[in-house]
Design a protein around this ligand. Structure first.
Ligand SMILES: Cc1cc2nc3c(=O)[nH]c(=O)nc-3n(C[C@H](O)[C@H](O)[C@H](O)COP(=O)(O)O)c2cc1C
Length: 202
């Protein structure tokens, strides 16, 4: 698919079919995601993929509001056959930027709390966006969504070391063609009427 088509046709998918994704396709999407730019060539982003039905149940229990869980036993999002959790470790970045070749950087040996732009979040966002586009290119739908319980509940349930955190999760699967909104009908604010591209000055 043409890159412009991938970008223009990508929409957050909230209604999935139950059809499982072949594991090699999940791996391909993940590998592409991890080709995203990474500060200091740090490669600090890691991905947890969940496709086993019992583990998916564990995921939803660990991340959802109890009432939502009870009411939405068969919601469009919960039918997603795969969930991917992007993970980062800020120490990978502070350690990388404490190396000799970074002595000239303003971030050299800076503790995480002093980074104006936390590159671990930048990298994780870049990887997540790349994953959404890779999913689109593979004919899949995806939804990035926030967790509704403290992230440690999820991370502990999957044995993820204490130093790792996440920015949310991505539901991945084949869109339920009967239910999905067509591009441009997503609820919410319409695009602002002012231009968001400023040429030469604000
Ligand atoms: C940081 C971020 C958090 C989001 N969280 C959620 C979420 O928790 N649940 C959800 O349904 N959509 C979520 N979205 C999707 C947005 O609502 C969606 O991207 C927006 O409405 C534009 O629609 P489109 O991506 O289909 O073009 C999130 C998007 C971003 C970038």
């Amino acid at each position: 698919m043409d890159m412009s088509d991938v970008i223009l046709n990508r929409r957050m998918t909230r209604d999935f079919s139950r059809r499982k994704i072949p594991s090699e396709i999940v791996m391909s999407v993940c590998r592409l995601a991890l080709r995203a730019p990474t500060a200091g060539n740090c490669h600090g982003v890691e991905l947890l993929t969940i496709a086993d039905d019992d583990l998916l149940a564990t995921f939803w229990k660990a991340t959802s509001d109890e009432q939502w869980l009870e009411k939405n036993t068969d919601s469009g999002v919960r039918r997603a056959p795969t969930v991917i959790v992007p993970l980062y470790c800020s120490e990978s970045y502070t350690q990388r930027y404490a190396m000799d070749d970074k002595a000239g950087s303003a971030l050299y040996k800076k503790p995480a709390a002093d980074w104006n732009v936390p590159f671990w979040l930048t990298d994780t966002s870049f990887a997540t966006m790349t994953l959404l586009l890779a999913a689109q290119d593979h004919g899949l739908g995806a939804l990035f969504f926030q967790l509704h319980r403290p992230e440690r509940v999820l991370l502990d349930a999957f044995g993820i070391p204490q130093e790792y955190k996440t920015i949310g999760a991505i539901a991945l699967g084949y869109p339920d063609e009967k239910k999905n909104v067509s591009p441009g009908t997503t609820k919410g604010l319409s695009a602002p009427s002012h231009p968001r591209i400023h040429i030469d000055h604000w």
